[in-house]
Design a protein around this ligand. Sequence first.
Ligand code: 5AD
Ligand code: SF4
Length: 457
Amino acid sequence: MGNFQKDISIRNEAVPTRPTFGILIETYGCQMNVYDTQAIFGLLDPSHFSAQEDELAADVILLNTCSVRDHAEHKIFSRIGEIRHRRREAGLPYPVIGICGCMAERLGKNLRKGVNPVDLVVGVDNYDSLPGLLHDILDEVGSLPRAVTGHRADTHYVAPPALYPTNNSHLVTIHKGCDYRCTYCIVPATRGPQREKDPEAILREIRKIVAAGGREVTLLGQNVSAYHWQKELDFAALLEQVAAEPGLERIRFLTGHPRDMFPHLMDTIGQLEKVCPWLHLPIQSGSNRILRRMKRLYTRDDYLGMIEYARRVIPEVSFSTDFIVGFPGETPTEFQDTLEILRAVKYDQVFSFKYSERPGVPAARLEDDVQEQEKKDRLAELIAVQKEIWEREASGFIGQIWTAVVESPARRPKGAWRLRTANNRKVVISGMELEVGDSVSVRITGHQNTTFLGDAI
Ligand code: 5AD
Ligand code: SF4
């Protein structure tokens, strides 16, 4: 059963009269949503709701949505239409359709209007109202407002440990929201101000995961590196406390803001054996002028200095990042500055996006003047340059011996296993009986994109 940091009881609690409803929750966007979906399942009484994978059989379909780019929102509108279309084609009644997540927060009750109105809308801080609201709809009581949004400072979800955690790593949110004001970003509006989860609650949650057999956690938040509990416990101190938990073997975290990666935090990461040496540090652009316009609060030299420091104090550290191409006013030369960052850092993985104007954010006041085709070309060029750099890097790893932990059976080839190193490199090996969680020494024999092939030794 999911619960709350401050013991808020479930609002509008009532028991559906029919025995069980099948519920499908589709998760879009970031890991916060993956965690929240788990938390929603934890909030629903299992004697009245069961997970249903088949969209044609589900009584309720909730879409846990993302607003970060326009495209992500469009996908949801077409998905709503598609769900109803498939039901119609199959001669089946429509399911109850609900929107959760960032779109619910951004668009609220407007989602109940238009071409494809949904039955309910529940924002990121109000999932405790879902049991009551679903009862109200499914049992045709009809007494409650169908759109519940707005931020609540003291609401923190505690999801039950997942049966099949993401990449064998149990997600644990440590804070919500964001206090930065990057000019392109909708997240501060949809997720609200940064609010920390109590370190005691975090540790309790991790103990439950360990008791259920989990050995690895990923500490989650929009800016975990800005974690600060009542001015006395920062992220480095939290890492120390989490690392002291017996039975826990590995700790990852997502996402750090380059601006908060202070030397003492990196020293701590380097010193704590359980903390995995992998840093996902979104840079967004390699041009100082664009970084200023984005309000990222660091320069390219600050960023490169931080990477250099991390390499010095964190053994085997690897990096990944995010880029936005075609931010308003980005010139071809400024885009070349971004490509230079790729060459300087040599990331393991790069996630790159075309700038997408979001209503109401500060950058929406700037003219979105880089043409769509130009954005596409820049994105393609960035991907090609990264591929070339990575091919060279990855070939250099052939013959090395790495330690990696078994995550899951691989999709291909048959009988193979997917493993992950502490610094987040994926390795596929075959030809032996393994179990999820086993630690294996592998000799690297080749690679396909970001996945390595290896032999157990
Ligand atoms: N347009 C394009 N990409 C965006 N991101 C955030 N906001 C936007 C936007 N308006 C990207 C950033 C961020 C990642 C999660 O999504 O690169 O790090
Ligand atoms: Fe958005 Fe910037 Fe906050 Fe990240 S740090 S969620 S990009 S405002």
